[in-house]
Design a protein around this ligand. Structure first.
Ligand SMILES: Cc1cc2nc3c(=O)[nH]c(=O)nc-3n(C[C@H](O)[C@H](O)[C@H](O)COP(=O)(O)O)c2cc1C
Length: 194
């Protein structure tokens, strides 16, 4: 059974390129997995709390209970249920949205998603991830990853996820060749899923 967890983080609900590319990805994924399940987490519609000392204490002490820890448990359970993860990620001020960072801060959790007994070992095996990164300017070096891909890849690797595909859309601030660029990303998604 295929389950795709879609995580959106653009603050724009309308006219967002990352959401549009995410919609396209899901439409193609659904064609391939007609009986698949889609789970959704939208960081703009339901903001997650930032990490606090009490929450981190709870990561290491099972006797501590809090709403944030229950939320962390819920998010982690959702990850374990998913066979694939789609992350749509715009660039804000040279990095990932703080809302997406808040999500990562709640799911990167010792003994739950990784262990550090003898070096870091991720526990989320056999999952695929797809990163749609979108930015106004152009930030990647030719043949290399852009800063969003580097950051999100580091976190996914930490969790044991190494099967990652990349769909960057750079230069949304320049409308002249944007429709060509979005078509190229759609073609890339289509090829990847078929
Ligand atoms: C608060 C804010 C900060 C941004 N910072 C950057 C930036 O550092 N570099 C960049 O290339 N684009 C930056 N942008 C432009 C966005 O990355 C661009 O508009 C992108 O298309 C947003 O994704 P979306 O279309 O899915 O909403 C910024 C946009 C906003 C709203």
């Amino acid at each position: 059974m295929h389950t795709l967890l879609r995580i959106d983080s653009s603050i724009r609900i309308q006219d967002s390129y990352s959401r549009r590319m995410g919609d396209y990805f899901v439409s193609q994924w659904t064609l391939k997995h007609s009986n698949g399940t889609i789970l959704e987490r939208d960081m703009a519609r339901a903001m997650l709390p930032h990490l606090s000392q009490n929450t981190v204490n709870g990561f290491f002490d099972d006797s501590i209970f809090s709403e944030e820890l229950s939320l962390s448990d819920e998010l982690i359970e959702e990850l374990y249920q998913s066979s694939e993860i789609l992350i749509t990620c715009p660039m804000y001020n040279y990095g990932i949205p703080s809302s997406l960072k808040a999500y990562f801060d709640l799911i990167v959790r010792t003994k739950k998603t990784f262990t550090a007994d003898s070096g870091i070992k991720g526990l989320l095996h056999h999952k695929k991830a797809h990163i749609i990164s979108v930015m106004g300017g152009v930030h990647s070096v030719p043949g290399g990853m852009n800063p969003l891909e580097i950051h999100v890849t580091s976190i996914l690797n930490h969790l044991g996820i190494t099967d990652i595909s990349y769909f960057p859309l750079e230069g949304t601030a320049f409308p002249q060749d944007l429709s060509e660029k979005t078509k190229s990303v759609e073609t890339l998604i289509c090829k990847h899923l078929n």
